[in-house]
Design a protein around this ligand. Structure first.
Ligand code: WTA
Length: 664
């Protein structure tokens, strides 16, 4: 394993510790470090008993489980596996007959600012009716349904409706291309696609159904029998008779009542594709019982959710954060949440702050990239500074998806949180299902840039390459020593890859997160130093370098060879840098510019705009060892603009380093 870590170099050294206010500690569910330590001790003492108790208290079971953890086929762990439940019933039905039923479940703000509110009761009716529409299309328990939707109430309804009938959803982010969509449809063997005619983002109408059509036309998608289309805008889209139906057509005449289908706790609730070190994205498969438990519980623990909170997680439902902290967690916890369709910079970069004021948001959860871009915007234009909005409703702030640099942390803490709101810097992954390492707002003294300590029951550690524990202060590989309920169950269609990627033999059966980390000497706090594999984190989006390389070399008329690395970027955390050898002479000047644009557009078509390399360098060759291996470490240095100090004696063709160093 080589370190590709390229976290933003922090200029600010912030050694202050920010303890939680006494008033917050007093009112918190997990109160003070004593409260935290007591829970950790309970998990240490009786691991299974700890989880069994939580699962009984936090999940409504149709059939109670009698087995907590089955390790007989490790690492294919099973949790609560003889229990039965329904995820949608745990998010909706369970609130009926309680004061939550008439509470607002979702405050939806559209791209153009229009606001709609949906109560829990209304949401249950919508989900039930949609579930009936799915059944009427012949979709049943165990089928896979691909969801390619904008950030709307309907997106959440589609996911919940699948869960209600026991169908496994696979949501694909609306920024992925037709090709990416096709690959996911084929891998999942999906029977239906749920999409919208268009999506509205930043005042622009962007096609979704058109991309679905393109994906299906690429072939291999014969499993798809139905395409359901939400008419988000008035613009017409192509409809294929016999296959495509609008939501209105599908919902017509369907009852707003639908009995939830009880499934086994291990039944796959969803598959979510994410990038790994090798070319093909992996279909991360999650369970129903363990996943739901953790979605609900981390809402209570990490956000210390109260009944009058207005929760806002800005993540799209196409990512894991939008699954756990939009589509499931807030509903399972009975929260009122804000869902926002648009982008933070439209109509201006004060949109987030204005929305917090408008909806009296109390818990705000977003990504460091968004914070950094809004800092930049506020520095350039005082009218979009958070101080122009009344943010006094806020009580807790969260960060997710990438390391937060201390500069951004301090700005967030001061300018958004008014030095009053704790920041929960939550470390987790698509594979972990929910938070793993995070401060607790009413317990943990905060250190900017550190995700602090694991949640109770989560046995994270830092080890060397043989799985031996590293002392505090020494960096190493982040692992989880014991299974946890919301962990990935397998890679869809590829159990071997699951074993190899996450439970390599040399690590003693520990779960390998793929990140490097270090614990502080004084407090044992964790700090994530970045990925140790070939995965990049660009604006909090995971991208595999091999995935982008494969896309580049797929342009066979032009590209002979390509290598992709990350380099630090002040705004996006990491930026994609591609080194390309063409099948023709190395281009310079305007020609290089024009070919770089062509390649960027190509990658956008192959994967999606989020995978476009920021930087493309052309060489006659790539730096290779005599045995033909590309020297990626060298490329990372070149991408950063560093002078090469590494030993290049094994390099076959040292002259090309100069070439690759030149931007056109
Ligand atoms: C990174 C997103 C530092 C990490 C929930 C991880 C973080 C990858 C943090 C997972 C954090 C996520 N601090 N790094 N608080 N949160 N990461 O699957 O590298 O999209 O492995 O899940 O994001 O990205 P994923």
């Amino acid at each position: 394993m080589s370190s590709s870590s390229s976290a933003i170099q922090s200029v600010l050294v912030e050694n202050r510790v920010f303890p939680p206010a006494e008033s917050v500690v007093k009112a918190a569910r997990i109160s003070g470090m004593d409260g935290y330590n007591a829970l950790c001790a309970a998990a240490e003492k009786d691991f299974e008993g700890f989880w069994a108790k939580l699962a009984r208290e936090n999940v409504v079971w149709n059939k109670p489980f009698t087995r907590t953890l089955d390790e007989s086929n490790a690492p294919f762990y099973k949790w609560f596996d003889d229990g039965e439940l329904n995820a949608s019933a745990n998010c909706l039905d369970k609130h009926i007959g309680t004061p939550v039923e008439s509470k607002t479940a979702i405050i939806f703000e559209a791209d153009d600012g229009a606001v709609t509110k949906v109560s829990y009761k209304e949401l249950l009716a919508k989900v039930s009716q949609f579930a009936n529409a799915l059944k009427a299309q012949g979709i049943k328990k165990g089928d896979r349904v691909l969801v390619y939707m904008p950030m709307t109430v309907e997106g959440v309804v589609a996911m919940q409706a699948c869960a209600r009938i026991g169908a496994t959803h696979s949501v694909v982010f609306g920024g992925f291309s037709a090709k990416s969509l096709q690959e996911r449809i084929i891998d999942a063997g999906a029977v239906a696609v749920i999409t919208a005619n268009y999506q509205m983002r930043g005042g622009k109408e962007l096609p979704l159904k058109g991309i679905v059509d393109e994906a299906l036309a690429m072939g291999g998608c014969d499993t798809i029998k139905t395409v359901l289309v939400y008419q988000r805008t008035a613009t017409a889209c192509n409809m294929v008779a016999g296959r495509d139906k609008t939501f209105a057509e599908a919902l017509a005449g369907q009852s707003t009542e639908c009995a939830p289908v009880a499934v086994g706790a291990e039944h796959p609730l969803f598959i979510l594709y994410t990038s790994g070190s090798t070319g093909k994205p992996k279909g991360v498969q999650h369970s129903t019982g363990g996943y739901l438990l953790w979605a609900k519980l981390t809402m209570d623990w990490t956000f210390d959710l109260k009944s009058d909170d207005i929760f806002w997680c800005t993540a799209d439902i196409g990512w894991i954060t939008g699954h756990t902290y939009v589509a499931y967690g807030p509903l399972a916890a009975g929260a009122t949440q804000i869902i926002f369709e648009g982008v933070p910079t439209f109509p201006n970069a004060g949109r987030f702050w204005q929305m917090i004021e408008r909806h009296k948001c109390t818990i705000f959860y977003t990504a460091p990239t968004a914070i950094r871009s809004l800092i930049k915007a506020a520095e350039g234009d005082a009218s979009v500074h958070p101080d122009r909005s009344d943010l006094s409703s806020l009580r807790i702030l969260g960060s997710v998806g990438e390391p937060i640099n201390p500069e951004a942390w301090m700005w967030y803490y001061k300018n958004v949180g008014g030095e009053r709101c704790p920041i929960v810097d939550t470390f987790w992954q698509t594979e972990t299902g929910g938070h793993m390492i995070t401060p607790l707002p009413g317990a943990t003294p905060l250190v900017p840039g550190s995700c602090t300590l694991p949640l109770p029951g989560i046995m994270t550690a830092i080890v060397d390459e043989a799985g031996n524990d590293m002392p505090n202060g020494a960096g190493g590989i982040l692992v989880v020593k014991k299974p946890w309920p919301s962990m990935i169950r397998t890679i869809w269609n590829d159990p071997e890859r699951f074993k190899k990627s996450y439970f390599p033999e040399e690590l003693k059966g520990y779960y390998l997160a793929g990140d490097g980390a270090v614990r502080s000497e004084d407090r044992g706090y964790f700090r994530i130093t970045g990925r140790i594999d070939d995965v990049l984190n660009v604006s909090g989006h995971r991208m595999g370098t091999m995935e982008i390389e494969s896309a580049l070399v797929a342009k066979t008329d032009l590209v002979a060879e390509a290598a992709v690395v990350g380099r630090p970027d002040d705004l996006t955390g990491e930026a994609i840098c591609a080194f390309v050898v063409l099948k023709r002479a190395r281009p310079t000047g305007d020609e290089a510019k024009q070919i770089a644009k062509e390649l960027r557009d190509w990658v956008a078509k192959e994967i999606g705009p989020i995978a476009k390399p920021k930087d493309i360098r052309f060489g006659e060759n790539l730096p290779k060892t005599r045995s033909g291996k590309i020297m990626r470490r060298l490329l990372r240095s070149i991408a950063k603009g560093e002078t090469i100090t590494q030993d290049t004696s094994t390099l076959e063709n040292p002259a090309i380093l100069d070439q690759l160093g030149q931007a056109y």
